[in-house]
Design a protein around this ligand. Structure first.
Ligand SMILES: CC(=O)N[C@H](C=O)[C@@H](O)[C@H](O)[C@H](O)COP(=O)(O)O
Length: 233
């Protein structure tokens, strides 16, 4: 592999540092601290959402950044870097790689995945295809994306709705695809992250299990409530 970016992330942990507007940790300053903590803990890359967060994260670390912009348009279920507008915003702040929804869901305003890929290739911008099925992964590879991530398995109506990471998709994609395949989505334990690499992932992205305290707390709270389960102490 001659691309330095892919060499840098090979076999490593990328931490997704994201908090949406309705989350208590929302804000560039918080995400920068999350990214720094991730770096100190051994992350070799950061996945981040929005120009604001990316600029803040760049102030505190030089780790490679996977950039996305989540934006909801009324007429579409595609929200991860849906249109050329988000691609251009990300290119302006210079991220190592732009991740975008590469499912077969229709994009807002009639834009197409193919056009976005052609645009980025023309500008020399690396891109990561967030897919939900093997077919989407194979198609994304065929139109020239630089790598695949299993991000959206479980988030399209036609992909398996697991609580766990989609290990099967990862393994099959890693077998069939020549470009790097990243394991991402519901990786909840260090063991699962390590297993993704054994299945052939080039790297793994972990988000919620590390950087979303509300979700982590919910899991503990549910378990604790369940443990008492009507028993009188
Ligand atoms: C589906 C979707 O919108 N995924 C987003 C993609 O950027 C993030 O919200 C996830 O946190 C990220 O993919 C990492 O996954 P997990 O948080 O499960 O470790």
């Amino acid at each position: 592999m001659d691309d330095l970016f892919f060499k840098k992330i090979q076999g490593g942990l990328i931490v997704s540092c994201q908090a949406l507007e309705d989350e208590p940790l929302h804000g560039g300053d918080t995400m920068a601290k999350m990214a720094l903590a991730a770096k100190q803990g051994g992350a070799i890359g950061i996945r981040a959402n929005s120009v604001h967060d990316i600029l803040a994260i760049k102030q505190v670390t030089k780790l490679p950044i996977i950039g996305i912009i989540k934006r909801d348009y009324d007429d579409s279920g595609v929200y991860i870097t849906p249109t050329l507008r988000e691609v251009q915003e990300l290119m302006e702040v210079q991220v190592d790689i732009i991740a975008l929804d590469a499912t077969r869901s229709p994009r807002p305003g009639g834009e197409t995945l193919e056009d976005l890929v052609t645009y980025m290739k023309g500008k020399g911008q690396r891109m990561m295809a967030d897919i939900s099925t093997l077919e989407e992964a194979l198609y994304a590879e065929s139109i020239g994306v630089d790598c695949i991530s299993t991000t959206l398995s479980g988030y399209t109506a036609y992909s398996p709705q697991h609580q766990e990471p989609d290990f099967e998709l990862l393994q099959e994609a890693a077998r069939r695809i020549r470009i790097p395949v990243i394991g991402e989505g519901r990786i909840n334990t260090p063991e699962q992250a390590a297993y993704c690499l054994k299945l052939g992932a080039h790297a793994v992205v972990v988000g919620s299990a590390i950087t979303r305290p509300r979700l982590i707390t919910e899991k503990f709270a549910v378990a604790v409530r369940g443990a008492l389960n009507g028993k009188v102490r």
